[in-house]
Design a protein around this ligand. Structure first.
Ligand code: S3P
Length: 430
């Protein structure tokens, strides 16, 4: 198992570009495959999660060519052009792949089976199986239909109105992707707005959607047309460098070309509320998504209360927010974030245990964390639990430790951020 030793740093300096957005990259393959004509994807994230989605579509007969510079050229097969896969589809570690594909496969008139790695096979799937069954899909799984492998006999999808008990883009997207195959309107209500990349990209490819306060309605059987998609940098990857610069005295970084969709930019709001100096420069739009360059300077952070609507807008960033909080003045309280318990690992338990090993004062609660900040952490040995964001958050914490931090099981960073370690070396001038 890969292990890394991370040393404390002082000033982080320079300009970096983080890899493409993971959520948008998944959707570009899915919609490019269901569209007619060619879709070219620039800035695609070549990480393990997105490659799982790519392999799945190749297994269903979609031809995808890789052009120089990592650009993907997808030969769309139209809404009804996918073929029954000859084998079980392995979604690896990717929750987005398995949950969105369960929706999409519910609309196909063939049989398919989805599975994943040992972490994914423990994550709850009922959240998508329930609404999709309501739409007419037949889905079987372990644990009474809650756990992968999932077997799906698609076809006969009916329009529905579904009120999701959780703010989850994976649930919303699974229902909308199945709704592509329903004659009529499919509506999803959610308690807070989750990331809306599916809606934006469906609209960009020509589908009709009506967003409203508390949900969205999609008209079924649209004709989707292949487009050029330019994927912005992933704000969830930029987040590690935002926090790294904020906590390291003398730092200033410019992170170019980052997606700042308001349903994803909760991390900027949270870090600014903590006193972080983050400036958006050169704001523009790329393929229907807002983008900016982020300038971040070292700042004295203070503890805050976090809860409510910002939580789904920053849901993947709480591991690294907990690092910022551990080094802020005063107490940070996170609430309404129970979803963190069912991510790649239980992220409340993971960050509580690992930050404590480095001397932080952290307590896990049922739906969040209470963190009392201090000037610095100490060195030690931590583990990632195979979760990419835990590994990278521990690396950021190590920058402000008094000794080196050894992180066990760091190969998982390849799922979302293959260039993380080289960029970290670059900005610390190593
Ligand atoms: C994602 C949605 C979020 C997020 C995940 C990616 C997506 O999950 O945590 O990393 O691409 O739709 P939930 O829908 O479970 O909140």
């Amino acid at each position: 198992m890969e292990q890394r030793q991370v040393f404390p740093a002082m000033r982080l300096k320079g300009e970096i570009t983080v890899p493409g957005d993971k959520s948008i990259s998944h959707r570009s393959i899915m919609l490019g495959s269901l569209a007619t004509g060619t879709t070219e994807v620039h800035g695609f994230l070549h990480g393990e999660d997105n490659h799982a989605t790519l392999s799945a579509f190749r297994a269903m007969g979609v031809e995808v060519e890789e052009l120089p510079g990592g650009v993907l050229k997808i030969a769309g097969r139209g809404l009804d052009g996918l073929q029954e896969p000859g084998d079980v589809i392995d979604c690896g570690n990717s929750g987005t792949t398995i949950r969105l594909m369960t929706g999409l496969l519910s609309g196909q008139s063939f049989f398919s089976v989805l599975t994943g790695d040992r972490y994914l096979r423990k994550r709850p799937m009922k959240r998508v199986v329930t609404p999709l069954s309501q739409m007419g899909a037949r889905i079987w799984g372990r644990g009474g239909g809650d756990l992968a492998p999932l077997a799906i006999q698609g076809g006969g999808i009916l329009p529905t109105t579904y009120t999701s008990p959780i703010a989850s883009a994976q649930v919303k997207s699974a229902v909308l992707l199945a709704g592509l195959y329903a004659d009529g309107e499919t509506t999803v209500h959610e308690p807070h707005l989750s990331r809306d990349h599916s809606e934006r990209m469906l609209g960009y490819f020509g589908a009709t959607l009506r967003p409203f306060d508390g949900g969205v309605t999609l008209t079924g059987r649209p004709s989707l047309e292949g487009r050029k998609v330019e994927v912005p940098g992933d704000i969830s990857s930029a987040a590690f460098f935002l926090v790294a610069a904020l906590i390291s005295p003398g730092s200033e970084l410019l992170i170019r070309n980052v997606g700042v969709n308001p349903t994803r930019s909760g991390i900027i709001d949270i870090l600014r509320a903590m006193g972080g100096d983050i400036v958006l420069e050169n704001e523009r739009e790329l393929s229907g998504e807002p983008v900016a360059d982020l300038r971040v300077r070292h700042s004295r952070l203070r503890g805050i209360e976090i809860g409510g609507e910002v939580v789904p807008r920053a849901i993947d960033e709480f591991p690294v927010v907990s690092v910022a909080a551990a080094l802020a003045e005063g107490t940070t309280t996170l609430r309404d974030a129970k979803e963190l318990r069912v991510k790649e690992t239980d992220r409340i338990a993971a960050m509580t245990s690992e930050l404590s090993k480095l001397g932080a004062t952290v307590e896990g609660t049922e739906d969040g964390m209470v963190i009392v900040g201090k000037e610095s952490l100490h060195g030690g040995a931590v583990v990632s639990f195979g979760d990419h964001r835990i590994a990278m958050s521990c690396a950021v914490a190590a920058l402000r430790a008094t000794g080196s931090v050894t992180i066990d099981d760091t190969g998982c960073t390849a799922t979302s951020f293959p260039t993380f370690w080289s960029l970290l070396d670059q900005v610390r001038g190593a």
